[in-house]
Ligand binder design. Structure first.
Ligand SMILES: *Cc1c(COP(=O)(O)O)cnc(C)c1O
Length: 389
């Protein structure tokens, strides 16, 4: 009987050892042994599936990958030490000197830095489309465009790209399409189902969901993952088995956690809608979102991130942050604990006002990663801080 992906995310497990453990074992070992020279020869020749060395593969890491493949509906995967090493590994595997990358400005900050500050070292060009104008993407495609790289929803603008449309565009022009699915998680959105070639994550966020470890993962078509695997097994961004063990256990509760994060986010949006101190509130499943219809088409729910804009600008943003009593002031997201951040005075403070605006950041923008505390406590803390902002 074929099981649902969320059942498989609970039950997939490395084969039991002789100890007959119920929960999943942790293989903290850098290398693996062979019975004899012939078995070792065959492993190195790729004639059996034996593990050789944990930079290449490890059973605990593979268990995490297998669960992610099932959840994303993908054939194969590779896990990395962080989200950024997953992203950089993809760029280095699939982009060659002379290639062109098409993306948009509102990608994650460190991804933006790789694209704008480092790719030129390898003679790789890039263009940024306007995420809000679909026609701008096609006009920027060149004969040497090798890859389209996007996030949806974006961080922190919560902009949405129409995956069905973009996948068709990429296919039509035979361009590799990579989607950072970090904000939605496979519970809320499955880019591979629309035709994305590779889907990647910062596992540090919702996948761990408890603010404990860094990790990354890329899943997708087998032949592409094989290329990525060969690049990564030699260059070394592999995920630690210990982190993989935590992440694999986390996936057993991913669906339950995401449903509650969404419940709490929806309740928060409802409570703050029309609040006198706010210019607006943004959430993918709120009808005022410019891409509401697209969000409804490609996501099952709106996710755990909510942004709103304080009428008083930067100084109100700072006052709001200082007035919070429970929410954590930290730059992470996707935790059991609710988190608030004020991009204009922190992560994006080095950008000019114009540059901030172009990535959807206003002076009074607050980003809330809605946690798993009782929703009344989350709302109460934010409302009392708004009163003082
Ligand atoms: C955090 C994040 C990353 C980077 O992941 P790390 O695990 O911190 O390296 C990439 N993309 C998005 C959307 C993120 O939020």
């Amino acid at each position: 009987m074929k099981q649902h992906p969320i059942t498989q995310a609970v039950r997939i497990q490395t084969p039991r050892t002789n100890e007959m453990e119920h929960s999943t074992p942790l293989f903290l070992t850098s290398s693996f042994c062979f019975d004899d020279a012939e078995e070792m020869r065959a492993a190195f020749a790729g004639e059996n599936n034996n593990n050789i060395y944990s930079r290449f593969s490890n059973p605990t890491v593979q268990e995490f990958i297998d669960k992610m493949c099932v959840l994303e509906g993908a054939e194969a995967g590779f896990a990395t030490s962080s989200g950024m090493s997953a992203i950089f590994g993809c760029f280095m595997t699939f982009l060659n000197s002379g290639d062109h990358l098409l993306s948009c400005k509102s990608i994650f900050g460190s991804t933006h830095t790789i694209v704008t500050k480092y790719l030129h070292r390898w003679n790789i060009e890039y263009s940024y489309a306007d995420i809000t104008k679909p026609e701008s993407w096609e006009s920027l495609i060149r004969p040497n465009t090798k890859m389209i790289y996007i996030e949806t929803p974006t961080n922190p603008g919560l902009d949405i790209v129409d995956l069905e449309w973009l996948c068709q565009l990429a296919k039509q022009h035979k361009i590799l399409l990579i989607v950072d699915n970090c904000f939605a998680t496979p519970i809320l959105q499955k880019p591979a189902a629309f035709g994305a070639d590779l889907v990647l994550h910062s596992a540090t966020k919702w996948l761990d969901g408890q603010g404990r470890v860094l990790g990354g993962v890329v899943v997708g078509k087998k032949e592409l993952i094989q290329e990525l695997y060969l690049f990564c097994r030699n260059t070394g961004p592999s995920l630690s088995p210990f982190n993989a063990w935590l992440l694999s256990k986390s996936l057993e509760t991913l669906d339950v956690r995401m449903q509650r994060h969404c419940d709490n986010a929806e309740a928060l949006v409802k409570a703050l809608d029309g609040h006198a101190k706010l210019n607006w509130i943004k959430y993918p499943f709120h009808p005022s979102h410019p891409m509401y219809a697209v969000a409804k088409k490609q996501m099952t729910r709106g996710g755990g991130l909510v942004t709103f804009d304080l009428k008083g600008g930067v100084s109100s943003g700072v006052k709001f942050m200082d007035a919070l009593q429970m929410l954590s002031l930290t730059s992470n997201l996707g935790d059991t604990r609710s988190i608030a951040s004020h991009p204009a005075s922190t992560t994006h403070s080095k950008l000019s006002a114009e540059e901030q605006e172009s990535v959807g950041i206003t002076p009074g923008l607050i980003r809330v990663s809605v946690g798993l505390e009782h929703v009344e406590d989350i709302i109460a803390d934010i409302v009392q801080a708004l009163d003082k902002s």
